[in-house]
Design a protein around this ligand. Structure first.
Ligand SMILES: [Zn+2]
Length: 496
């Protein structure tokens, strides 16, 4: 009798589980290749002009996303938050666009030619500067030299042969943290670095961060050594050849900056699916809907980057909305948030994480999708896969939820880029990082780089919709796990 009763209970429990499974599988089945394709063919078409942040193409994409969310019956946060920047489905934020700048570096002896002798990194600099003396420094030496507010000289040729853009960037970031006024970096030859100097491009930064900045960003100049020497007096030129750290050299240079800045506006799109008994807790799903716009007359459609993540969000939102409309909505609330400004430096997600429409203390996790529609060279002929990055950095529960979810999908979870010492540093390079930096457990879903990455050939024809559907399915199942679990993922792993 007891045995019969027990097995009845077990059968019922098993039936309950099977029913829950069949429910989630029913809603997962609304994520189809046809729907993903239909949305992507629109968003990654030329008429969206490459969706560049703060440009008409980005706003057109924002409107398209909002209309889809309205059609599926999702709510806006506009009337549910006290945040004044949230209006309907948009969270608007101001950006400072620093326009094509020019700088000339000159003195009585001559002038450095931009591009040829001089590269520079556009920073927000209010006025032109006079530099009387440069102090030689070695960033790799803890020599106690005070850099603050001073004009420093660095020798990049001592940083090893074949200086890579990454190493240059790392070294310059290190140098900036010592708060000099200017940094002049001498190099024999620019080589491949010429591409990474922003002097010719416009640059966007978050207005609230610019206004909070206490001191101006150091102005960074990369200067060809021979051209620099030609501006020096014969005596100073001799001195330059033997200059040691902490020693100064007279230069008497005028840095004349001519650049126009203006304020522009962008927006994240926020679709809210209110939960049930645990509705105060929210799961945030992100993907960036911006791309890099039109360059030299060519539209960069960004079908994979990150059209795929964007359309995945639409399909996941629709699946949750269908579940909710049929009485099976998630226990926790789900915020579906296509963000902008990613290509300009993760700006939209950074803005959100500093101005959350729902308090971060109630935010249980972030699932972020950035490029999930192609295969990379490491998986050319391999089984379906996706790279999982960050899942175990803050929470073992989150990692486990994603692995459990994959039981319903069965693709290979590749953790290659999750290694803390991965040289690509992908963990820091997409929007989830702005949640992780605030201590929110996050996963970055990614299918790797390919030859069309940030190229005009990143088009819909090259998307593997079967893989895009499988990967979207995984994110949906993980979201379902997290939104319905009895407890939120514990913060039980090390900080990032
Ligand atoms: Zn991207």
């Amino acid at each position: 009798m007891r045995g019969v009763l027990l097995s009845c209970v077990l059968v019922q429990a098993a039936l309950g589980l099977a029913q829950a499974d069949s429910l989630r599988l029913r809603y997962a089945s609304t994520i189809t290749e046809a729907d993903l394709r239909r949305h992507l063919e629109i968003l990654a078409s030329d008429s969206f002009e490459g969706r560049e942040t703060a440009k008409p193409g980005q706003w057109k994409a924002a409107d398209y996303l909002r209309d889809q969310f309205i059609n599926m019956g999702a709510d806006s946060l506009g009337s549910r938050t006290t945040s004044s920047d949230v209006e309907g489905f948009f969270q608007r934020f101001d950006l400072i666009e620093s326009g094509r700048g020019t700088i000339s570096v000159r003195n009585g002896a001559g002038q450095l030619e931009l591009g040829q002798d001089l590269l520079y990194f556009t920073e927000v600099l209010d006025s032109s500067l006079q530099v009387k003396e440069l102090i030689m420094a070695d960033i790799h030496q803890a020599d106690g030299l005070d850099w603050k507010g001073r004009d420093m000289l660095l020798n990049a040729d001592s940083w090893g042969p074949g200086l890579s853009p990454t190493l240059l960037r790392d070294n310059l970031n290190m140098a900036r943290q010592r708060h000099p006024r200017t940094i002049t970096v001498l190099m024999e030859d620019f080589g491949a670095l010429a591409r990474m100097a922003h002097g010719e491009e416009t640059r966007l930064s978050l207005a609230y961060e610019e206004s909070r900045r206490k001191e101006p960003m150091p102005q960074v100049l990369l200067v060809r050594r021979a051209a620099f020497a030609s501006l020096l007096s014969p005596k100073a030129r001799k001195r330059l050849a033997r200059l040691k750290a902490a020693q100064g050299i007279p230069v008497d240079l005028d840095l004349v900056v001519d650049r126009k800045s203006r304020q522009v506006e962008s927006a994240n799109v926020l679709a809210y699916i209110e939960g049930g008994d645990l509705k105060d807790e929210v799961l945030v799903l992100t993907a960036h809907y911006d791309h890099i716009g039109i360059q030299h007359g060519v539209v960069y459609n960004g079908a994979d980057d990150d059209g795929t993540g964007t359309v995945a969000l639409l399909e996941i939102a629709e699946a949750f909305m269908r579940a909710k409309q049929e009485g099976h909505g998630p226990r926790r609330s789900v915020l579906i948030m296509p963000v902008s400004g990613e290509e300009k430096g993760l700006l939209g997600s950074r803005y959100y994480s500093d101005h959350p429409a729902i308090p971060l203390s109630r935010t249980i996790a972030n699932l972020n999708i950035d490029m999930i529609g192609r295969t990379d060279s490491a998986h050319a002929d391999a089984a379906p896969y996706v790279y999982i990055i960050g899942s175990d950095r803050l929470s073992r529960d989150l990692h486990a939820a994603n692995e459990r979810a994959n039981a319903h999908v069965g693709i290979e979870l590749d953790y290659t880029f999750n290694a803390p010492d991965d040289p690509n540093r992908f963990y820091y390079r997409s929007d989830h990082y702005n949640f992780a930096r605030k201590g929110i457990p996050s996963i970055f879903y990614f299918s790797g780089v390919h030859e069309d990455y940030h190229q005009p050939g990143d088009d819909v024809e090259k998307i593997r919709f079967d893989l895009l559907r499988a990967r979207t399915n995984l994110v949906f199942h993980t979201a379902w796990e997290l939104a319905n679990a009895p407890t939120r993922p514990a913060l039980d792993a090390a900080k990032p």
